[in-house]
Structure formats: structure tokens, C-alpha cells
Design a protein around this ligand. Structure first.
Ligand SMILES: O=P(O)(O)OC[C@H]1O[C@](O)(COP(=O)(O)O)[C@@H](O)[C@@H]1O
Ligand SMILES: [Mg+2]
Ligand SMILES: [Mg+2]
Length: 315
């Protein structure tokens, strides 16, 4: 954690200088999944990897590397990382982050990561925004540490974090509406109908396009996030990666009293079949996430009949 925090603190300074030392958002290549890599993606990945020798991390898995790398031969830990999350926001000065997940190392490199998210022993993120903060769980609640720009160190702020229950905010990339499954459309349709609809209340929408920033908002003031599977080619399992994005966020959310699912099943019970496997992700306040599951549990043809006009879930 100290090594990660030192790198994150250095990154916070680099990010705060924006373009003064060169274009952080410049495209420099593409990663194993075909995503464009920005200069800061690569810089962050290399900085984290370089800080790990001697820390007890045996295996290093990164969004930016096709395969798992060995660090300390006799290390007991396996670290999975999204070194820079929300990279489309680098150039527009909107919050970005780093997501990490720590598991016990197994003898097999990939085998250490192709396991249920319940095996994580720690998970968290750094958010580089108006303030830089670390939000972390070691399996016994969620704590926040804020970086003091005066000394570059992280200081604990507040006590255990719990997701507030009262919120009327949902987060989804609505431009994909026409590609969603019926249950997801029905859920969002019912939110959009506001006070006149089956939910009988008005909702507000947010989409930052940085998973870390959406998570920070939801941990701070509640709500729900959805990145479902959709009909676009390559999006059959959504966009987000299980090992270094969804599993750590799901652990944090559960530890803060929230719920995280694939839309139907608990996210942390899923086992990825590949290092860079994607999964649909729904997380937030338990009652909202459960409602999405309920919409999925209905047979397709009943969804439009039961929700919306007849309003099975009329509040
Ligand atoms: O552009 P879209 O499809 O809305 O996707 C936004 C999502 O993509 C991500 O930026 C993916 O993360 P990376 O920047 O690490 O590739 C998430 O942080 C965010 O939730
Ligand atoms: Mg990401
Ligand atoms: Mg990334």
C-alpha cells in the first residue's frame, strides 16, 4: 500500500501539471483489448510496476499488459491494476483514477487472478480530482485517505464509509439506449418517467465516464451505476473488465453496505475465464440494485406489460 500510495502521489503531481510537461492524453498505441493507450496510461503502468520489487507482490496484472508479469519470485501477493481509469477524461480535466485489487498469489500467474472476487484481500482506488484521495478496504469496512498537497502523503479523513440510502441519481451511458436489453430499458424508462411513472419520484442522471469518479460519488451520496451488456459488437459482456475494474469496485461497494451485480448475479461470485474478461456491472444502494435484478428475473415478454403502464413496482 505504501508503494502504491507513493506512485499515486507522484501521479497526482504529474496530473496537476496538465500539459505543462507534455501531452498526457496523447495516443501512444493500443493495449491487448484494442483500446487506445494514452501517454498517461503507459506512464502510470510503468510507474506502478517499477515500484513493486521488494514489496511482496509476486504477480502483476495490468490493463495495459497482455500477460501477467512476475515481480518478487517468493512474494505472497497478486496485484491487479487499472493504472489509469477514465483515460478519455485526461485532456478535459475531469477526475480520473487508479483501481487496484490484491489477492493471495498462487503458483500459476493467471491462475492467481482467474478466481472469484471473494478471494480479494484488499481493493481500492486512488481518485485524482479536485482532491486526490485513496479509498480502500481490507475486508473490514472502507476508509478514505486524502493526499495533502503540502507533504504529498495520504491522511485518513473521516471514519468508515457507508453508502447513503437516500438518492435519486442513476448513472448510465444513455447514448447506448437502443442497444440495451429489455430489462435495462424498462428500468431506465421507469426512472425517466419520474413522478408520473411507476416509481412516483423524479430522478437525476450523471455520467462522468470515469468509473472511479462514479464510484466516489455513489459511495459519498448514494445512487446506482449501470454498465450493462448491450447489442453493439464486442459489448456482449459490457465494457468493464472483471479482474482490475469490477471486482475491486464490487468489494468496496459491498464493504460500504451496497450491492454489486452483473445485473442478475452477485459480481463477486463470478469467475473470469480470461485475464482481460469483461462483465456487465450494476452497483449502488442495495434496493436499487435489487430492483434491476427483479426486472431481469421476469420473462422478456412480461417486462413491458408489468413495468411502465401497469407498474408492478409502483411506489
Ligand atoms: O465511454 P463509455 O462507453 O461511456 O465508457 C466509460 C467507461 O470506460 C472507462 O473509462 C474504462 O476505463 P479505462 O479508461 O481504464 O479504459 C470507465 O472508467 C468508464 O466507466
Ligand atoms: Mg478503467
Ligand atoms: Mg485504464
Amino acid at each position: 500500500m505504501q508503494a502504491l500510495s507513493r506512485v499515486a502521489s507522484d501521479l497526482a503531481q504529474i496530473i496537476a501539471r496538465g500539459p505543462l510537461d507534455g501531452a498526457l492524453g496523447a495516443e501512444v498505441g493500443s493495449n491487448s483489448d484494442g483500446d487506445n493507450q494514452k501517454a498517461l496510461d503507459v506512464m502510470a503502468d510503468e510507474a506502478f510496476a517499477a515500484a513493486l520489487p521488494g514489496t511482496g507482490v509476486r504477480w502483476y496484472a495490468s490493463e495495459e499488459r497482455e500477460t501477467v508479469e512476475q515481480i518478487d519470485e517468493d512474494g505472497a501477493l497478486a496485484l491487479a491494476i487499472d493504472p489509469l481509469d477514465g483515460s478519455s477524461n485526461i485532456d478535459v480535466n475531469v477526475s480520473i483514477g487508479t483501481i487496484f485489487s490484491i489477492r493471495p498469489a498462487r503458483d500459476g500467474a493467471e491462475d492467481s487472478f482467474l478466481r472469484s472476487g471473494r478471494e480479494q484481500i484488499a481493493a481500492g482506488y486512488f481518485i485524482y480530482g479536485p482532491m486526490t484521495a485513496l479509498v480502500v478496504t481490507f475486508g473490514n469496512g472502507v476508509l478514505t485517505f486524502v493526499r495533502d498537497p503540502q507533504d504529498g502523503r495520504f491522511h485518513q479523513a473521516g471514519g468508515m464509509l457507508t453508502i447513503p440510502e437516500d438518492s435519486s441519481e442513476f448513472a448510465i451511458n444513455a447514448s447506448n439506449y437502443r442497444h440495451w436489453s429489455k430489462p435495462v430499458r424498462a428500468y431506465i424508462d421507469d426512472c425517466l418517467q419520474g413522478i408520473e411513472g411507476p416509481r412516483a419520484k423524479n430522478f437525476n442522471m450523471r455520467w462522468v465516464a470515469s468509473l472511479v469518479a462514479e464510484t466516489h460519488r455513489i459511495l459519498s451520496r448514494g445512487g446506482i451505476f449501470l454498465y450493462p451488456s448491450d447489442g453493439r459488437p464486442g459489448y456482449g459482456q459490457g465494457r468493464l473488465r472483471m479482474v482490475y475494474e469490477c471486482a475491486p469496485i464490487a468489494m468496496l461497494v459491498e464493504q460500504a453496505g451496497g450491492r454489486a451485480t452483473t445485473g442478475q448475479d452477485p459480481l463477486l461470485d463470478q469467475r473470469p475465464d480470461q485475464l482481460h474478461a469483461r462483465t456487465p456491472l450494476v452497483f449502488g444502494t442495495p434496493d436499487k440494485v435489487d430492483r434491476v435484478t427483479a426486472y431481469h428475473d421476469l420473462p422478456e415478454q412480461e417486462i413491458s406489460a408489468l413495468f411502465g403502464s401497469r407498474g408492478l413496482f409502483r411506489a
